[in-house]
Design a protein around this ligand. Sequence first.
Ligand SMILES: [Zn+2]
Length: 117
Amino acid sequence: MNPEFIDGVRVFRADKDEIRKWTGEYYFGYTSNPGGVNPVIWLRNDLPECVQASVLAHEMYHAKDSKFHSSSLLDREVRANIAGVKAHPLGFLLGIWLSITDKDRLRLYLNRLTKNF
Ligand SMILES: [Zn+2]
């Protein structure tokens, strides 16, 4: 699997099961080493393009967020979500809909809220 380079960040696109295999969770997007050197973004390629655009902007914000590690989970996710809304408002809303109608995504959110990761 070859990455794309977007704004100097490696972006791997993969389907739901591949993303889970690589990240351990059913993420729409995931950034390894956020706010650090050579971050890598994982992005679901089986979502509508407008959702991918919003998720990519969200993850790109994490990738370049110099305050990532000094912020609370809520603060850093709010900042990244603002980036996702600005990039594609409809894609952001559709992403919420696709999350609240997917049992794997709901389980992920419950785990994140209770285990704070
Ligand atoms: Zn995030």
